[in-house]
Design a protein. Structure first.
Lengths: 598, 347
């Protein structure tokens, strides 16, 4: 006999052999044994989980000639003594079992011809006339309507078994007339067991990890796993091991995925390059690899968010324990950012001329992302700073928002931010389209290399004291990425303007970084302020950041705030407040809403 | 006559009294059809030639004129004739109607002088009580309304249905079943007969059995998903999401659902900021109480900018699915929608 693919050769012959759907087969057997059969069944579930197989088994059981009643254990057709009905059903040529594919018979005429016209004729030989309708969701609306009446009250000795992968496409009127069975995806270990059984029976020399990898590639579908098994067998020689499976199926091995994830966790770019090199030298599809990696990120998020949930995991590349271990190195938002960035890369891989470079850069981007902090975090730090101890002489003189009447003719040095009255450097003229708040020529020591880990650990500090322990500096890398596009764009623009030289941007985070306390804790904040006020070397460090509040700035009298100020009054007050004014200039912001602190 | 309830019909039938014309109305079509069948069964209890004395007309194919002329015929060797008329609407809206003015006249004329040897059962799928014909029917016929079952009636019904099928269900199993299916009696009855068979030979339906055999209804799950998402119940949300997707729901459909929810959230937030009072906000949404409370709580909790950001992310995901970012096809779009939900949960 010619070669038959595994999926067909090993199609289950009894209800017991249907893997992973024990509750359903048990229920059906019960129904047959106790004569409690429904006249119409719907089997739904994803591909390769046993719907058609179970439908045929049920048909066999109903019509088996071995017993005088429907037989829960129909004949096995691989043994010689199978009854005529069972044999014919397994060969799809039974006279009383009509199996047809709704995908190619969608119209109402097909339904009339195939079902309605013959339904009132008694079965020719067997107990029941059985209609197996595969892919039933493909029927047209009028076909469904034509079936309604028959489905509700079919003649005796007629049974309908419908199978579909898309239950939601069936009208409710059909659903309510049928008994529904939802076939779930088959767990990995059950597919593994079945494949192992087949391998043993067919005397195929294959290692267990290789079988596991094939089982995983089926993604819960037995048929997919078995087809892949076929593919591996024809690809490999005598002995099959995991390497054969990986190259035959072009899948990313767990090992490569682990290495990639660890490399991202450890910020190890060179490891990433090695992984991509390996992928290329094995001739694997890079896009597939990115998809596998995306799925792992998804699983990591699930583990992170939902905890102990094996049934929700998708890839089965890693056991739950491994995933939990890997997930420890990341935060949820990290993983989501990686996912978004990688899915972008994945899409671009589609038409990339040099997919290798694209994947390399895409993955290295993930490594770099680890050092990036969102603007929220940086703003949070800034607001933490606002609560930090202020130099005495400034606090006493600085106007505070709580006070209701204020004369804001304070001199620049009285403001909470040290203000330098130096004029804007001449170089600004070259970039006149830029607001004059920036100094394009930063002091060379402005950005010093920093310890990112240090910075990250400080973000979780419990108190300002802990936060300022030791010295902190933020590197330019940390400031590079922002969640807001316009900040990104502004930064890019700034870079272009100052050429390849490291450039400076005046953003909230930078100001935060340059505020006293980041620099050196040992040096009292007051000292720094006094130095800056003296416009000495230290003071010049801040000068470029601070807006110029020189003579042309007129300080109007602050409006008086009544006890219950209206929105308008509050807005006016805010606009006149010197601190707010400065903040607006520094951040180039605008006031959206002013509310009174209760 | 007034519109009667199920109990009145039951009492009447218990005494084997029959009205010449029944009109069975209401949303609970399963009970309605069951009642129609029971009336027919009892009216033809002793009839020897049931096939000759029972006629069913669907107005999709037949007409009320033919039904009435059937009802005017004398029964064949039996006490009564039963004529059932189904598949028609008595509606005020401009929906497809197969009960025309002249048909109504025929019916009204029959109602003036109905045959006492016939039982005419009308099963309109919609019954607008303001219509003239409706008023005539209410006056001259025996109109019974079948409303949707609510608790505790529903639980009682489920339990009795299990008993009918020769099985017993744990109280938790009953509760779960109702949770999963809702109050659709037709589906409930199907599921109950399936569960009773599955529970053989012990005849005890457990909660585990219910959760492994019953697929929950889509509408329930969708509400559940958005509600849990608003509550930020990560684990539950992820579970429901993967269940819905396993059942083959379209990711884009889910995305639309989620987007709609967050749009409402944004609107609610805006109204809260504007200081509108709860009544006004409630009017704006017309949501069921539970869903409304969850949403308002979420609106108070979430920052306005956050909501905007979330809406942007939803739009991004929409684009990602439509441009097959991250691998196209079913798997790719599934990944995208899952990651979006996780992100919504984490923000």
């Amino acid at each position: 006999m010619s070669y038959q693919v595994i999926a067909r050769k090993w199609r289950p012959q009894t209800f017991e052999e249907v893997t992973g759907q024990e509750t359903i087969t048990h229920t059906l057997k019960n129904a047959i044994e106790n004569d409690r059969l429904h006249h119409a069944y719907i089997f739904s579930g994803s591909r390769g989980v046993g719907k058609t197989t179970t439908a045929r088994l049920l048909a066999k059981a109903l019509n088996c000639h071995k017993t005088s009643e429907p037989n829960p254990d129909p004949c096995r057709t691989d043994e010689g003594n199978a009854c005529a009905s069972c044999k014919e059903i397994s060969e799809s040529r039974s006279i009383d079992v009509f199996e047809f594919d709704a995908a190619s018979h969608t119209g109402v005429d097909d339904i009339r011809e195939l079902i309605l016209e013959s339904i009132n004729i008694n079965p020719a030989r067997d107990r029941f006339k059985i209609f197996i309708i595969d892919e039933v969701h493909m029927l047209s609306n009028s076909s469904f309507n034509a079936l309604l009446k028959t489905l509700e009250e079919p003649p005796p000795r007629v049974a309908f078994i419908m199978a579909t992968t898309e239950l939601h496409k069936l009208p409710d009127t059909i659903l309510s007339r049928c008994q529904e069975f939802l076939f779930r995806s088959i767990p990995l270990n059950k597919i593994f067991d079945r494949l192992k059984l087949i391998a043993d029976a067919e005397t195929i020399n294959i290692s267990e990890p290789a079988i596991r990898e094939i089982a995983r590639s089926g993604e819960g579908s037995m048929r997919d796993a078995q087809s892949n098994f076929d593919q591996v067998i024809s690809f490999s020689g005598e002995k099959i091991d995991i390497e054969n499976v990986i190259s035959a199926l072009g899948i990313a091995s767990a090992e490569l995925l682990t290495r990639t994830i660890s490399a991202i966790a450890d910020s190890n770019s060179s490891e990433i390059l090695k992984v991509v090199d390996e992928l290329v030298s094995r001739g694997q599809d890079l896009r597939n690899f990115s998809r596998d990696l995306l799925a792992v990120f998804r699983d990591l998020v699930v583990v992170k968010m939902a905890g102990d949930v094996e049934n929700l995991l998708d890839t089965a590349v890693f056991p739950l324990a491994d995933l939990q271990k890997l997930a420890q190195g990341f935060s949820e938002s990290d993983l989501i950012r990686y996912f978004n960035s990688l899915s972008e890369t994945e899409m671009r891989l589609h038409d990339a001329l040099q997919p290798r470079y694209l994947l390399e850069i895409g993955l290295i981007k993930l490594v770099e992302m680890r050092r990036v902090h969102s603007i929220e975090e940086i703003l949070r730090r800034l607001s933490a700073l606002e609560g930090a101890p202020q130099p005495q002489n400034h606090v006493s003189a600085a106007p505070t928002p709580e006070k209701k009447t204020l004369i804001s003719n304070a001199k620049p040095e009285d403001a909470p931010f040290p203000v330098n009255s130096d004029p804007i450097p001449d170089s600004v003229g070259d970039i006149s389209e830029e607001p004059p708040d920036f100094d394009p020529e930063p002091p060379p020591d402005f950005f010093e290399s920093t310890k990112n880990e240090d910075f990250i650990s400080r973000l979780t500090a419990n108190s300002p004291e802990e936060f300022f322990e030791g010295s902190i500096q933020i590197s330019s890398e940390e400031l590079e990425h922002f969640d807001d596009n316009w900040l990104d764009a502004a930064y890019e623009k700034k870079l272009a303007l100052s050429g390849s030289e490291i450039s400076l941007i005046a953003t909230a985070s930078e100001i935060a970084a340059k505020l006293p306390g980041y620099k050196e804790k040992s040096e009292s904040v007051a000292e720094i302020y006094s130095r800056s006020a003296n416009a000495g070397v230290g003071g010049s460090e801040f000068s470029h950041l601070m807006p110029d509040f020189s003579a042309d700035e007129s300080y109007d009298e602050m409006p008086l705030l009544p006890d219950n100020p209206t929105g308008e009054e509050l807005m006016k007050y805010a606009h006149a407040h010197p601190v707010v004014k400065k903040a607006l200039r520094i951040f180039r912001g605008k006031i959206v809403d002013v509310r009174k602190k209760s | 006559m007034k519109i009667a309830g199920r109990e009145q019909l039951r009492n009447q039938l218990r005494n084997r009294e029959f009205s010449p014309v029944y009109v069975l109305i209401g949303q609970e079509t399963f009970l309605r059809d069951l009642a129609a069948k029971t009336i027919a069964d009892l009216a033809l209890e002793d009839a020897q030639l049931r096939e000759f004395n029972e006629v069913q007309h669907s107005l999709n194919e037949s007409s009320i004129g033919r039904a009435v002329s059937d009802a005017e015929q004398l029964p064949m060797m039996a006490a009564r004739r039963v004529v059932t008329v189904s598949n028609f609407l008595i509606s005020s809206s401009g929906k497809k109607e197969n009960l025309k003015d002249e048909d109504e006249e025929i019916l009204v004329r029959y109602l003036e002088n109905p045959s006492d040897r016939s039982v005419l059962i009308l099963l309109p799928d919609e019954f607008d009580k303001r219509r003239k014909i409706s008023k005539v029917l209410v006056e001259k016929a025996f109109v019974v309304e079948f409303n949707e079952l609510v608790e505790p009636e529903l639980t009682k019904w489920v339990k009795s249905k299990f008993a009918e099928n020769g099985a017993e269900a744990e109280p938790t199993a009953v509760a779960l079943l109702i949770d999963l299916i809702g109050s659709n009696l037709r589906r409930l009855s199907n599921e109950i007969s399936k569960l009773s068979v599955a529970a053989l030979p012990d005849k005890l339906v457990t909660k585990d059995l219910v959760s492994s055999l019953v697929a929950s209804s889509r509408e329930m799950e969708n509400f559940e998903l958005t509600n849990r998402l608003m509550e930020k119940n990560a684990r539950k949300t992820i579970e429901i999401l993967s269940k819905i997707l396993d059942d083959g729901a379209e990711p884009l459909m889910l995305l639309g659902l989620i987007a709609n929810n967050y749009r409402q959230l944004a609107l609610a937030k805006e109204l809260v900021i504007q200081g509108k009072n709860p009544g006004e906000i409630r009017n704006e949404f017309r949501l069921p109480n539970d869903a409304y409370n969850v949403m308002i709580a979420a609106a108070r909790r979430t920052d306005r900018d956050k909501v905007t950001q979330l809406l942007k992310r939803i739009a991004d995901t929409d684009l990602a699915i439509k441009t097959s970012r991250g691998g196209g096809g079913k798997k790719g779009s599934r990944l995208q929608i899952e990651m979006l939900v996780y992100e919504l949960l984490s923000i």
